[in-house]
Design a protein around this ligand. Structure first.
Ligand SMILES: [Zn+2]
Length: 385
């Protein structure tokens, strides 16, 4: 995808930088043999990376492998710059300041903050300003910002966003004018998938399922985010589960999202138990108090989600499906229920598990999104957690 725009030189630079990141410490000779380039090309490219402050020379390598001359080792310089990510929800905003390798510097949260088209830009600027109080000195400073949008995003334009009125708001443009560095807008489920790929998996082909107010998915194919022709490739929340079923804001009836989102789970759990349930903590407490009928309800919700996942697995053939949801994280046996429901001869070999990024997948995906642009490595992947 992005790699088709690369020149051969840029392509080789990206391969060398990724190999240095993967190997942690490596000599120029080893780089040349691993990448299959001649030593002169490797020397020229690593000189440029050194000049740009993206790598450093460290210590002395193992002399036994180079016949007495001790090679200098190269290593990635994670403190070359900093990256900002903001998750812009319908009623919260959260910002993360981090080094490009995901090392956290600072976090800023705005809870119970309704987001509208009138305050979205200022809210993000306020968060960025607060994060800058913790800004360390680095060679390149802030290299960019990625904003997670809970709605469709295609080529920097916000499309249908069911939970706030940001459609067609020129947010990237306004922020770039104010901040003076690149701003990327991306769908939150897509960023979660990018976060899983970059920081928490060894798979090049994976799907991240986000279950929050809605249900969405991000798809990574060969290390690249696949967003489709209109940015809506992972919208499994709007695949139809029941023809003629519950109306959905998207215009269809019977969408998966109307049966398996956390919002629907909380509403039906509250009706069943007579308790106030508007978040996953209250759901867990209700489950502990009145186990059987509520457990059956949740089991059914997992089975419905599994239908959506099964359909997406059949279309995309991933190695791994990761679930990002506070409900599934706090009740991991629900993931077992999903797994048990996906058992066709086609789908049984796909791995299904909870996220290992806690509730940070979207934000670290935002870090990954800007980091790959800054480092010019289109399939950037750091150490697997
Ligand atoms: Zn729908």
């Amino acid at each position: 995808m992005i790699s088709t725009k690369y020149t051969i030189r840029e392509h080789n630079e990206a391969r060398i930088l990724q190999e240095i990141i993967t190997q942690k410490q490596i000599s120029r000779a080893d780089l040349a043999s691993r990448i299959g380039l001649n030593k002169a090309s490797v020397s020229a490219i690593t000189k440029q990376l050194l000049d740009d402050g993206l790598i450093t020379e460290i210590g002395i390598g193992d002399a036994s492998q180079s016949g007495g001359r001790k090679p200098i080792l190269l290593t990635f310089e994670p403190h070359c710059g900093v990256v900002i990510a903001v998750d812009l929800g319908a009623n919260y905003a959260e910002g993360l300041l981090s080094y490009p390798d995901g090392e956290v510097i600072a976090v800023v949260e705005r809870k119970r903050q309704p987001v509208t088209r009138d305050n979205a830009c200022d809210l993000i600027l306020t968060i960025v300003h607060e994060l800058k109080h913790k800004l360390p000195h680095t060679r390149h400073g802030i290299v960019g910002l990625t904003v997670a949008i809970h709605g469709l995003v295609h080529e920097q334009r916000i499309g249908f966003a069911p939970y706030y009125d940001l459609t067609e708001l020129p947010l990237a443009q306004e922020l770039e004018e104010q901040l003076g560095y690149p701003v990327i807008l991306q769908n939150e489920a897509n960023l979660a998938a990018l976060g899983e790929y970059t920081f928490a998996s060894a798979s090049d082909n994976l799907i991240s399922i986000s279950v929050h107010s809605g249900v969405g998915a991000g798809v990574v194919v060969n290390g690249q985010l696949d967003t489709g022709a209109h940015g809506q490739i992972g919208e499994i929340g709007h695949t139809i589960l029941y023809p003629g079923g519950t109306p959905c804001p998207c215009g269809n009836h019977g969408c998966l999202e109307q049966y398996a989102s956390n919002t629907v789970i909380y509403r039906e759990a509250a009706a069943l138990t007579g308790r106030e349930i508007t978040n996953s903590d209250q759901l867990v407490a209700a489950l502990e108090a009145q186990n059987e009928p509520l457990a059956a309800l949740l089991k059914e919700k997992a089975r419905l989600l599994a239908i959506g996942i099964n359909n997406l697995v059949m279309l995309q053939d991933p190695e791994l499906v990761v679930i990002n949801s506070s409900v599934y994280r706090k009740l991991p046996w629900l993931v077992d229920e999903v797994r048990a429901s996906i058992n066709s001869r086609f789908a049984h070999q796909v791995k299904i598990r909870n996220t290992r990024l806690a509730d940070q997948a979207v934000l670290v995906g935002g870090i990954a999104s800007t980091a790959r642009q800054f480092l010019k490595v289109s399939d950037l992947q750091f150490e697997n957690r």
